[in-house]
Ligand binder design. Structure first.
Ligand SMILES: Nc1ncnc2c1ncn2[C@@H]1O[C@H](COP(=O)(O)OP(=O)(O)OP(=O)(O)O)[C@@H](O)[C@H]1O
Ligand SMILES: [Mg+2]
Length: 726
């Protein structure tokens, strides 16, 4: 702070005059005015006195014998330290020229002798004040200059630090491919440069409880070369602890507070008496820091700001790098998983909470025939066949929304309308066990082939069971019917011999009492009774024959098969299904009786076709009450292909054109649950085409009804592919 000029200051005045008396008078006047005169008679000594102890003002006689006052003044003004002291000339001889010469010599004022006390004092005082003001002004100027210089120096330094920081930040941001070590190295090099320091370190800590671990050290050699190296070791000491506790930069001004820097830093160049610790604070904890050591002069705010910018930026970049790397890693992981799901042998479908499809994999599309674009955003309901009961769906949703997994079997529809079976496992998806459900994922396995085989096996087993039963029954009935037949033959024969005798007896007994059956009545009724018994027995025997034929399935290898016998026994076996709704007639061509094949399997085909025809005729309205439908089973030779054709036709409602293409699909049925499994035609088709190398098709029947035709080569194809249910 500058002092305000004290204008009452007692002025020290050098009075130079060769006349002692004059000196005395002047000094007395000045003292009276409160000033401090220093009288000097000898001008040479006076010059010396002014140099040794510069006065505030000089009163100088113009005319002195040794040296003129003008010359004296000029010499005084030569000295830069004295040049500002005001010089007042005193002279008894006053002329314009003399005054001019006095001012020229550097004089400030000119007073004429004889001196008047009041004038002298007021002039001296005025010049004292002027001189004092000038001095004060000069001092203040000097002070101001000093301050400006200091500010310029600070600004210069800040500019340098800011520039070093800006360069470092640019460099860090531009280090796209640099490794983590390289980035830290760059940051420490910048820290060294901007703080004008000998050593810098970077330390991190894994978590709040653990200590700071130094990872990198940068040092500057006397040559100015900077060396960066990775180190491992704890960072300990007062400075670090203060920085961790206070979570803000810490300046250590002496070796004691710099503290121990641990083994890793043992070879840092000394002296490390000063240090500046600048932390990275995240979520109210220090996670990393940069520290610089050994600046020749103290660190200040400028350095802290510069270092803070660098360490914050470095940390941001490192964190971003880390996040990018882990994102990259999780992307790779996710891509792997996505590929696994996409290429999974099971169909996978993911829906949102509301059941809208968000993802389907390749297998899903393969199984259902839909492209992803056709189902995305839709509900899996598009696959619903209607065969799964609404209450089963309700149960499924209850389980899913309760966060549980549902496992079960659906019968669904492909895009082309064909049905398929799938075993599905549907689970809710959520980010964590407590998080809300965001999606559902269904993993489904197409079990149609398996189901088809199961159903085929089931039908085969059923037929086998019926066959066994039929064989048993046939066997049991065969024996008694055999002896009933033998006895009937005997009775018929006996009757033929008895009849003439009875005729004669009848004549004799013409006038008998008429009690009991008369011979003529017997003659009339016995033959018809015998004939009716024979007819009934023949029927029993043909049924038994059919049953035996049916049960005689053979060994599964092709043999000569009598198609007409096969038709007869099939008609017999299925009689129960058609007898109330249709009359069954056969239209067989004797030339088409024989083919080579597996009798049991061909019987299965004919039975399925007859049962389908009977089902089609059920409940059909008829013009005349009591009239029934008609099923025709027939054969015809197909010489051009050395084959025979077997057909089953009915005059039922026929097959609607919309489902014609699908009747041979496994599980395709229009019948209510429990009545049809949709397997009959699929099995028949398989037996005819795959097992016998023939063809089975549905023919358009003009005037309604349905006709299924089977063409079988007479010679069994040797290349049968697979057994019907293997
Ligand atoms: N003669 C026919 N007249 C009209 N429709 C028929 C006839 N034969 C078959 N169909 C139709 O074809 C469908 C499939 O027949 P298929 O024999 O494969 O199965 P199903 O008879 O329904 O059941 P299953 O035979 O397994 O008991 C039937 O549901 C029916 O709609
Ligand atoms: Mg059927």
């Amino acid at each position: 702070m500058t002092r305000a000029p004290d204008l009452q200051l007692r002025g020290e005045i050098l009075v130079v005059d060769d006349e002692i008396e004059v000196l005395r008078v002047i000094c007395a006047m000045l003292r009276r005015a409160g000033m401090a005169p220093r009288p000097v008679v000898d001008p040479i000594r006076a010059l010396e006195a002014a140099r040794l102890d510069p006065p505030d003002l000089i009163l100088l006689d113009v005319k002195m014998p040794q040296v003129s006052g003008l010359a004296w003044c000029r010499e005084l003004k030569q000295n830069p330290h004295l040049t500002e002291i005001p010089v007042l000339f005193m002279s008894g001889y006053d002329s314009e020229e003399q005054r001019a010469a006095a001012f020229e010599a550097g004089g400030t004022d000119y007073i004429s002798k004889p001196l008047h006390e009041q004038e002298l004092v007021s002039r001296v005082r005025a010049h004292l004040q002027g001189g004092m003001l000038r001095r004060v002004l000069r001092d203040q100027n000097a002070l101001l200059r000093e301050r400006v210089d200091e500010q310029l120096r600070i600004i210069g330094e800040q500019r340098e630090v800011a520039l070093a920081q800006a360069n470092a930040l640019l460099d860090l941001h531009a280090s796209g491919t640099a490794t983590r070590e390289e980035l830290v190295g760059k940051a420490l090099t910048a820290a060294l440069r901007l703080s004008g320091t000998a050593a810098a370190i970077f330390a991190v800590r894994a978590h709040v409880q653990s200590g700071m671990q130094v990872t990198t050290v940068a040092t500057r050699a006397a040559s100015g070369d900077i060396d960066v190296r990775s180190v491992r070791g704890p960072l300990a000491g007062t400075g670090v602890r203060r920085c961790l506790w206070e979570k803000r930069p810490y300046l250590a001004h002496d070796a004691a507070s710099v503290g121990l820097l641990g083994d890793a830093l043992a070879d840092l160049p000394g002296p490390l008496a000063r240090a500046c610790f600048v932390p990275v604070v995240e979520r109210d904890a220090v996670t990393a820091l940069v520290a610089v050591f050994g600046r020749p002069s103290a660190y200040d705010e400028t350095h802290i700001r510069g270092l803070q910018g660098i360490v914050d930026t470095l940390w941001q970049i490192l964190k971003r790098r880390e996040a990018e790397e882990s994102l990259q890693a999780s992307l790779v992981e996710a891509r792997k998983l996505a590929l696994a799901v996409e290429q999974s042998p099971a169909a996978v479908v993911v829906t949102d909470r509301d059941g809208r499809i968000e993802y389907v994999n390749h297998k899903f599309c393969e199984v259902t025939g839909y492209t992803p674009e056709e189902v995305l955003g839709k509900n899996p309901r598009v696959l619903k066949s209607g065969w799964t009961a609404p209450r089963d769906y309700a149960a499924m949703w209850r389980l899913l929304t309760a966060g549980q997994t549902w496992t079960g079997v659906f019968q669904n529809l492909r895009k082309d309308g064909s049905s398929f079976w799938e075993r599905a496992s549907i689970s809710p998806m959520r980010a964590s066990p407590d998080a809300p459900i965001t999606h559902f994922v269904g993993v489904k396995e197409d079990i149609t082939a398996q189901r088809t085989l199961e159903a085929q096996l089931q039908q085969a087993q059923q037929l086998e069971a019926i066959g066994q039963l039929a064989a048993g029954v046939a066997h049991e009935i065969n024996t008694p019917s055999q002896y009933v037949s033998d006895n009937l033959s005997f009775l018929t024969h006996a009757w033929e011999r008895l009849a003439p005798l009875l005729t004669a007896a009848a004549a004799d007994a013409a006038d008998a009492t008429g009690r009991g059956p008369s011979p003529s009545w017997l003659l009339e009724r016995v033959p018809s009774a015998l004939a009716s018994a024979r007819e009934g027995l023949d029927r029993i025997q043909s049924i038994v024959g059919a049953m035996r034929d049916f049960s005689h399935r053979g060994d599964g290898k092709p043999h000569a098969v009598d198609l007409h016998q096969l038709i007869a026994s099939s008609a017999m076996i299925t009689r129960n299904s058609w007898k109330y709704v249709a009359a069954l007639v056969t239209e067989v061509d004797p030339d088409a009786a024989s083919v080579e094949g597996v009798g049991g399997e061909l019987g299965q085909v004919v039975i399925n076709l007859i049962v389908n025809a009977a089902h089609a005729l059920e409940g059909q309205p008829r013009a005349n009450d009591g009239a029934v439908g008609r099923i025709v089973v027939g054969t015809r030779p197909v010489p051009e292909r050395d084959a025979v054709e077997l057909f089953v036709s009915d005059d039922g409602p026929g097959v609607p054109s919309a489902i014609r293409a699908r009747v041979f699909d496994p599980f395709f049925t229009t019948k209510p649950r429990g009545k049809g499994t949709g397997q009959g035609l699929a099995i028949a088709h398989n037996i005819v085409t795959d097992r016998h190398g023939g063809r089975l098709w549905l023919e358009e029947t003009p005037g309604g009804g349905a006709t299924f035709r089977v063409e079988l080569p007479r010679q069994a194809a040797s290349h049968r592919r697979r057994p019907p249910h293997a």
